[in-house]
Design a protein around this ligand. Structure first.
Ligand code: ZN
Length: 235
């Protein structure tokens, strides 16, 4: 029986939905975030605001929500050159991957999260990776997650479960999942306080939240919200 979890929590829409699901599913939940010099560092502030709002607005979850951990991963900026950590434009590389891809990022995140979960005695690692709205990131694939679960469990001689609630759903379904978990209050919290935009834009407010509206992350969030809202207005 799995009752304790560590959520990889960035302060974005996906990881906030994952956190809500973990809080409705597990008895004790902690969060971990990573600072790897991402240029949307505004998300690092967003994550603290989201945690505060969840504690304030959802008393049924607040008592389960434990410590927040924050790890400095500046080393990732030293080994990779991508448009997330450097001031370069978004484009597709000849490899077929967008230049927002940080090689090995999720593998590193999960390894560190597992080491932390080991110390904190938490059984499940929850991550918002997804194959459906496929950004082309190979370290978000279900097979990669299964391989990591096995490698971490063997390598630390402790049985870890990697829980990926968003793996097979699209962005519209992610909004619907948030609504199912926390009602309109959670949808509103996600719109107002989570951050997704790669450019760190907190000036432009849209129906789906803040962002430049142009970058790949905004485009995905915008499309998903439009599809979710359209489904709601159907008779
Ligand atoms: Zn944007």
């Amino acid at each position: 029986m799995h009752t304790t979890a560590l959520v990889l929590f960035s302060g974005g829409q996906d990881s906030t939905t994952c956190l809500a699901q973990a809080l409705s599913k597990y008895e004790r939940v902690e969060t971990v975030g990573f600072d790897y010099g991402q240029r949307h560092s505004v998300e690092l502030q967003a994550r603290l605001v989201v945690l505060r709002e969840i504690r304030a607005q959802f008393p049924q979850w607040a008592h389960k929500l434990g410590e927040d951990h924050f790890l400095d991963l500046a080393v990732l900026g030293q080994v990779s050159e991508t448009s997330l950590t450097r001031d370069t434009a978004f484009k597709m590389e000849s490899s077929g991957l967008p230049n927002t891809f940080v090689p090995g990022r999720n593998l590193l995140f999960l390894t560190l999260a597992a080491a932390l979960a080991y110390r904190r005695d938490l059984q499940v690692l929850v991550t918002g990776v997804c194959e459906t709205d496929f950004s082309g990131y190979p370290d978000c694939r279900d097979d990669t997650m299964k391989a990591m679960q096995l490698a971490l469990s063997l390598g630390m001689d402790k049985r870890f479960l990697i829980d990926t609630p968003l793996m097979w759903i699209d962005k519209a379904a992610t909004w619907a999942l948030a609504e199912a978990l926390g009602g309109q209050a959670l949808v509103d919290l996600i719109i107002e306080h989570t951050h997704t935009c790669y450019l760190g834009d907190r000036e432009h407010r849209h129906a789906w939240g803040y962002g430049c509206g142009q970058c790949p992350a905004c485009a995905l969030r915008l499309r998903g919200y439009a599809a979710y809202a359209a489904a709601l207005s159907k008779p």
